[in-house]
Design a protein around this ligand. Structure first.
Ligand SMILES: CCC/C=C/C(=O)SCCNC(=O)CCNC(=O)[C@H](O)C(C)(C)COP(=O)([O-])OP(=O)([O-])OC[C@H]1O[C@@H](n2cnc3c(N)ncnc32)[C@H](O)[C@@H]1OP(=O)([O-])[O-]
Ligand SMILES: Cc1cc2nc3c(=O)[nH]c(=O)nc-3n(C[C@H](O)[C@H](O)[C@H](O)COP(=O)(O)OP(=O)(O)OC[C@H]3O[C@@H](n4cnc5c(N)ncnc54)[C@H](O)[C@@H]3O)c2cc1C
Length: 667
């Protein structure tokens, strides 16, 4: 049976059309699984169609040929066009639809409202009292003001306890005085801070009567609402070009005894009364919730970054012909090489796995905020923090690797900006750093793991959260032919052993006289290994759960092939642990390898459609190499001709320097 891949169009490259015709599932149905519901998958397509009918949003100058200033101006122009059509395009206040709209129209290089949507508004939702929301949230949602999230400083990003910006309470005036005492206290990095935002959530150390209460969120007006000039007492600007994200004005910010009213401390969970008395929040880390929000989205966002790179690489691999296999009369599609499949398909499996995790963690965060805001219930915070800390680290690391492999899979053309993969890579790997540097966050995840191991050792396994329950599982001999559950069992044993080994090492150093902090540092590499295995186990189990729940038989079959590839690839990747601990035999290793190679063959006919199912428009992809029509050579040639260097035959640099140099050459 063959299913119509909805991307088939007359005139497309026949090699791609052939791939699309041989798919064994319906790409619209697969999109429902990817985007979590039939309704949202359909809305995405509808929004894409509506965008394609707005001439001002089509075919602008390629981003690769623009300066930073041009990129920023272009993003603002697009935002302006969007705001004229906003209510026709999406349901107002629907976060997922707004994100899709921005991704498609503006792309991934950043824009003035990026942090407004992802951190400024969410912080108001989670941290502002009802009265404060009344005052600011409506204005923010209507986009009457533009906000960002200013936390990181020149001297400190990872260690929040040492942020130096102070907010000192003055009971006589009922104001906070914001101050930047040193150069290292300058806010540095916040997205959209430099030139676009006129408001910010500023994280500053709350000081009352000479006592420090640690970082707290304040809403601060930075610029005049009419003139957009910085207010007196505020120094603000752009931090300069970056590896990627150059359509964004990441900024610096300093305060010179800048006064804000008492009501600008966000007070849903803690309060400062007029006389300066302080009411504690129900959980010490509740002020960190905006970071947890972004981390809970990262598996989805990073999955989509890697998906974009793979759409490009897989489509290109299906039209690129080079070399021969059996038939010497026609060169083969490079996608038929086993090495090419091995380079790309495990990443396709990870994309699906990450997205399924993202669907889950986004919901977990929404539930947590509901529990905290409605019932003051903070009991879910610790688990979500450790889960998202591990997940953001593992997912960003593998996404970077997967995108780089996708680039190499495109050979020379992958290195051209025409592929757009280098930009996707630059944007994605920023995720290894923002929202908590990966090592730092793996170590946060390890804190929870060590605590869980200690509970088991102290004889209290009943106190473990469900995610940690595997730490009590006894060793067993596993028959891998049984199916996914057998793989889970082996993975659980590997992860459990590493968690216990790392904890044992920590305890050994402590018994020998080291403080817990020093012993922790001496065990840190082993601890991060435990966190990675723990997180990869969660990813694996989520993938299995999701595939089991699918009702469409052909979609389920295609994803089962991908799941099998994932199980074998992941287990092979961590096999050194299993072999060292005698958990797996070399015969089992051979079995896994054979399963892996046969999974590659099974996935091959569906590869293009597995990626088409993401339904990225050409506008969103921004890749000349990865366009839906597959006419890569014509498209590349047109693109190169549009390079500014080709707008004249002889460049001024030739007449001014090269010609005179050649004429006077004495060599
Ligand atoms: C588009 C791009 C946008 C980018 C934006 C940005 O980058 S914005 C900037 C992004 N910047 C960053 O991401 C900065 C990264 N740095 C941080 O987030 C923090 O400095 C930290 C979490 C690393 C340490 O914080 P700390 O020194 O205050 O804490 P500690 O280590 O002493 O642990 C004490 C206890 O607290 C617990 N706990 C901690 N957090 C949470 C939580 N959210 N929930 C619940 N619990 C939490 C922890 O588990 C531990 O529990 P235990 O074991 O005692 O039971
Ligand atoms: C593109 C981009 C956008 C950003 N957007 C924002 C924003 O909107 N708002 C905002 O406030 N910030 C933003 N940031 C800042 C970002 O959150 C920080 O850079 C990040 O949290 C890392 O902190 P750091 O720079 O202090 O790294 P550092 O902590 O200085 O990291 C340097 C090295 O030290 C290691 N290290 C540090 N502490 C430990 C430890 N305890 N144990 C072991 N190793 C450690 C790290 O692993 C790393 O290898 C952004 C950054 C980028 C790149």
């Amino acid at each position: 049976m063959s299913f119509l891949n909805k991307e088939i169009c007359d005139g497309d490259n026949p090699d791609l059309t052939e791939e699309r015709r041989t798919a064994t599932f319906d790409t619209d149905r697969m999109a429902q699984v990817i985007y979590g519901s039939e309704k949202f998958a359909a809305r995405r397509r509808q929004i894409t169609k509506s965008i394609s009918r707005i001439p001002a949003l089509q075919d602008t100058k390629p981003l690769a040929f623009m300066t930073r200033e041009e990129k920023i101006t272009e993003a603002c122009r697009e935002l302006d066009v969007l705001s004229d059509h906003w209510e026709q395009l999406i349901y107002v206040n629907d976060e997922e639809e707004a994100l899709h709209l921005h991704r498609e129209v503006i792309g991934m290089e950043g824009h003035p409202f990026a942090l407004h949507e992802t951190m400024f508004i969410p912080t108001l939702v989670s941290q502002a009292s009802d009265e404060q929301q009344e005052k600011w949230l409506g204005r923010a949602r209507k986009r009457e003001i533009i906000g960002c999230y200013a936390q990181t400083e020149l001297g400190h990003g990872s260690n929040l306890r040492k942020l130096e910006t102070t907010a000192t309470y003055s009971p006589s005036t009922q104001e906070f005085i914001l101050h930047t005492p040193t150069i290292t206290a300058l806010k540095w990095w916040p997205g959209a801070l430099g030139k676009s935002s006129n408001y910010a959530i500023v994280m500053a150390d709350l000081v009352i009567k000479n006592k420090s209460y640690g970082p707290h969120p304040f809403i601060v007006q930075l610029r005049d609402e009419k003139t957009h000039q910085p207010l007196p007492g505020i120094t603000v600007g752009d931090i300069g070009p970056k590896m990627a994200f150059n359509g964004a004005d990441n900024g610096f910010l300093g305060f010179d005894h800048f006064r804000i009213p008492r009501g600008n401390l966000l007070m849903r969970h803690n309060r400062v009364e007029p006389d300066g008395s302080y009411l504690k929040p129900p959980h010490a880390k509740i002020g960190y919730s905006s970071m947890v929000k972004v981390r809970s989205r990262m598996a989805m966002d990073q999955g989509l970054f890697m998906a974009q790179a793979l759409v490009i690489a897989v489509r290109y691999s299906a039209v690129r012909r080079q070399g021969f296999l059996e038939d010497k009369s026609q060169e083969v599609k490079v996608l038929d090489y086993q090495t090419q499949q091995h380079r790309l398909f495990p990443s396709i499996a990870r994309v699906y796995a990450f997205i399924f995790c993202g669907l889950e963690t986004i919901q977990l965060y929404e539930k947590l905020i509901l529990d905290v805001n409605k019932n003051g219930d903070t009991s879910g915070m610790a688990d979500l923090h450790s889960l998202t800390s591990g997940l953001k680290s593992v997912v960003t690391h593998f996404t970077g690797q997967g995108i780089e492999q996708a680039r190499m899979a495109c050979g020379g053309h992958g290195y051209s900006m025409a592929s757009y993969i280098s930009e996707i890579y630059g944007v994605a790997v920023a995720g290894c750093t923002y929202e908590g540097e990966n090592m730092v966050m793996l170590l946060q995840c390890a804190r929870a793991l060590v605590k869980a191991v200690e509970l088991v050792e102290e004889g209290h396994p009943e106190k473990l959260s469900p995610m940690m329950a595997y730490l009590t599982k006894p060793s067993v001999t596993v028959d891998l032919t049984v199916g996914p559950e057998a793989y889970v069992k082996i993975f659980q044993l590997i992860a459990k052993k590493q968690a216990f080994k790392a904890t044992e090492q920590l305890h050994k150093f402590m018994v020998a006289g080291d403080s817990r902090d020093v012993a922790w540092n001496k065990s840190a590499v082993e601890l991060t290994k435990a966190s990675r295995l723990h997180t990869r186990l969660y990813i694996l189990k989520t993938f299995i759960r999701r595939v089991e729940s699918i009702t469409d038989i052909s979609v389920k079959a295609a994803l089962t092939d991908l799941l099998n590839l994932h199980l074998n690839y992941e287990l092979l990747d961590v096999a050194s642990y299993a072999l060292a601990d005698g958990i797996m035999s070399s015969t089992q290793m051979d079995f896994i390898k054979n399963q892996l190679y046969s999974s590659l063959e099974k996935i091959r006919p569906n590869a293009v459609s597995l990626m088409d199912s993401f339904q990225f428009s050409d506008l969103q992809l921004r890749s000349v190499l990865g366009r839906r029509d597959g006419h890569v050579y014509q498209n590349l040639f047109e693109w190169a001709k549009s390079s500014p260097l080709n707008q004249s035959e002889v460049l001024p640099s030739v007449t001014q320097y090269l010609k005179p140099m050649m004429e006077k050459s004495k060599l």
